[in-house]
Design a protein around this ligand. Structure first.
Ligand code: ADP
Length: 675
């Protein structure tokens, strides 16, 4: 490709000089020369000829001089370098030109050989700049492609989650007799459906994990745990599968109480991948050992305490030429597949998760003798985790075995919630656009609650205003991605509306990313469940949220009134109740304190206030005011703050007799007996 050069000089003989000197290059179309006699003309040509990369310019010219031209060149967003040509006595100007971005200079009278060297050197520099820019663009492009790819993975995986829930959920329910007794054959077939759906779920989860890691969204939720106890739990989970495959699975801790900082969710995947691989590649009668221990890394400047976990099998082994690649994404040992279908994601994911813990993973293997995978990671301390999202000291559980490959598991334990949950007839609003999913959730809840379905956020809001106008639902369960009004919007609208904000809301969604969960919770959602979900989990969470709301109700109904100082604003509801109390306490002595004044002070309509207080406390608003008056009276009586009539007036009762009667009703004794 020809190099385009612009020569700017008011002395036209330079053009002939250049044409003569560079005749060959010009003839061969290696270079193309453009000529201008001042800065203004030069700028016009530059606009017309985007291919120009080098400018050769004089300094002293009429109309626009070379220095001003340099300023314009610098302001242009393109690769342009300039060489200034000026008389020797013009050194001061040449300095100025260099300061304004000229790449080099030659002095007049021009030594043509020197000029050629300078031009070639400058063109070389331009070529390097062009290459760097291309690389940068290519990098940006490949980053963008990566992002698209990760996004695509994530989207597709999310799309899989909904149908998968609709397969796994009902299958699990049926296997546990929720749809009546099954014949042994039907049970066996269903178990197979469950196993394969479980495999699919495992794969989708792995793809999502990889996409998350690629996008740099993976987070570490570190907590300090005992590695031995954690691995024991994993070992027990795999024991049935090992027995079934007639493989002896053993565990050995070379040290007790190996306390370390790690992410239990990630660590579970690491161990599960290694053990399930070992189970896959070890024949019946074989052996798998899991070893744990501690060691000090000697070759570090400050020796660090490390934990290692070794998974050792005496199975098929891995050929030497495959070993360097087995941690590559989508790599599978050639010819090894045999009866085992895989994707080559497991070890790649394992390695990334180990490295997220600043750890290493190594493999030693010999075909026919077996393989040993060793994971080594620093014990760590809380200071190491500055850039980590959540850190908790000594997690309460030792990690839940949840995401292990379904193919290795017998039927999961399935809590029979049907018997424990009380059929209290509470009304639950289910918002879900997918008709099958909606029907499934409604079916799940129907034995326990009075379920009302809605197809999207807008319809749900409409129902709240009509169907639920008199009494709000006890719970809302809403999907996130829906047409018209999505779950986030619905949640935001509900939680910002004083009339509805006390209704507990569970977001149920296929969007498993941390950010989505945090966004949902940030909008005030009371809980967040990821699809495919476990039916029992949904039922338990629903029951808990309703129970918490009921407890709050009982607390108030039984005459309990929070002291304002007790309020640590745990929730919007309690904050609301605290402000109600504040207003009541401030006007305690006012016998005419009625709902309209209270509503006014709280910037609500009397109807909204009545309904909200009823929903939260089970009391009428007048009942709540009376309950607070009596409680204050009881306090004053204990403090002997005045006569009974004085106290009655002080807390807003106009007739001491009426006060005594009300007091006895609540406290079981008359005011005089009380003090
Ligand atoms: P996959 O999901 O296909 O199992 P992995 O990334 O987990 O992918 O493993 C990559 C390859 O490494 C497998 O295809 C298998 O050939 C080999 N491999 C992994 N673990 C073992 C093992 N314990 N013994 C023999 N081969 C193994």
């Amino acid at each position: 490709m020809a190099v385009h050069i612009l020569v700017v000089d008011d002395e036209e003989d330079i053009w002939d000089l250049l044409k003569g000197k560079f005749r060959r290059r010009l003839r061969d179309e290696e270079w193309v020369l453009h000529m201008a006699s001042n800065g203004v003309e030069a700028l016009e040509i530059l606009d017309r000829e985007p291919a120009i990369t080098l400018v050769l310019t004089d300094i002293n010219m009429p109309e626009m001089d070379g220095l001003t031209l340099l300023d314009h060149i610098r302001a242009k967003d393109r690769l342009l370098q300039a060489i200034v040509v000026s008389a020797y006595g013009d050194m001061q100007n040449i300095r100025l030109a260099m300061n304004r971005g000229a790449f080099d200079f030659v002095v007049k009278p021009i030594n043509m050989a020197d000029l050629e060297v300078t031009m070639l050197k400058t063109l070389e520099h331009i070529a390097l700049l062009e290459e760097a820019r291309r690389n940068q663009e290519a990098l940006a492009l490949s980053r963008e492609m990566e992002r698209f790819r990760s996004q695509f993975f994530a989207n597709v995986s999310h799309e899989f989650r909904t149908p998968l829930t609709l397969i796994l959920g009902p299958v699990q329910d049926m296997l546990h007799g929720m749809a009546g007794e099954l014949s042994p054959v039907a049970k066996k077939r269903l178990a197979m459906v469950k196993e394969h759906a479980g495999r699919l779920k495992h794969l989708i989860d792995q793809l999502l994990d990889i996409a998350r890691l690629e996008a740099g969204h993976a987070t570490l939720n570190l907590c300090r745990q005992d590695v031995c106890a954690f691995i024991d739990k994993q070992y027990l989970a795999f024991q049935p599968a090992a027995e079934k495959a007639d493989i002896s699975l053993a565990i050995q801790h070379t040290a007790e109480n190996l306390s370390a900082w790690f992410d239990p969710g990630h660590f579970e995947k690491i161990i599960a991948n290694l053990v399930s691989n070992a189970l896959k590649w070890t024949p019946a009668g074989g052996r798998i050992r899991i070893l744990t221990g501690a060691k000090t890394q000697a070759d570090m400047i400050s020796p660090a305490k490390m934990i290692y976990v070794e998974v050792r099998d005496n199975g098929a082994g891995i050929p030497a030429d495959a070993l360097p690649h087995i941690f590559d994404r989508f790599y599978q040992v050639e010819g090894a597949a045999g009866t085992h279908i895989g994707t080559g994601i497991g070890l790649a994911l394992t390695k990334e998760l180990v490295e997220l813990h600043s750890g290493t993973i190594e493999v030693a293997s010999e075909p026919g003798f077996g393989s040993t995978f060793t994971v080594c990671f620093p014990v760590g301390n809380a200071d190491d985790v500055a850039d980590i999202q959540a850190v908790s000291e000594e997690a309460s559980s030792v990690g839940v075995v949840s995401d292990l490959p379904a193919m290795f598991f017998e039927d999961e334990d399935f809590e029979e919630t049907g018997e424990t949950a009380s059929l209290n007839g509470a009304r639950v609003l289910v918002v879900e656009d997918h008709p099958d999913m909606r029907a499934y959730i409604c079916d799940l809840l129907a034995p326990l609650y009075h379920v009302i379905p809605a197809e999207n956020g807008r319809e749900a809001l409409q129902l709240l205003k009509t169907e639920f106008d008199e009494a709000a639902p006890a719970l809302i369960i809403s999907d996130v991605m829906m047409p018209d009004m999505d779950g986030f919007q619905l949640c935001k609208t509900i939680k910002q509306n004083p009339k509805f904000q006390h209704i507990p809301l569970i977001l149920l969604t296929a969007r498993a990313e941390d950010e989505d969960r945090l966004e949902g919770l940030g909008l005030g959602a009371d809980d967040y469940i990821v699809k495919p979900f476990n039916a029992s989990e949904l039922l338990i969470r629903a029951e808990n949220l309703i129970a918490i709301r009921d407890m709050l109700k009982q607390k108030y109904a039984s005459g309990y009134v929070m002291q304002v100082s007790e309020v640590s604003i745990q929730s919007a509801d309690e904050a609301f109740l605290a402000s109600v109390q504040e207003v009541i306490e401030a006007q305690m002595g006012n016998p005419d304190l009625e709902v309209p004044q209270l509503a006014d002070a709280l910037a609500m309509s009397p109807r909204q206030l009545r309904r909200k207080i009823r929903a939260l406390t089970g009391l009428s608003t007048a009942g709540l005011v009376r309950s607070m008056r009596l409680q204050r009276a009881a306090q004053l009586l204990t403090q002997k703050a005045g006569s009974i009539s004085e106290i009655a007036y002080q807390v807003g009762f106009q007739q001491p007799k009426y006060f005594s009667r009300q007091f006895k009703q609540v406290y079981g004794v008359t005011p005089s007996e009380y003090c």
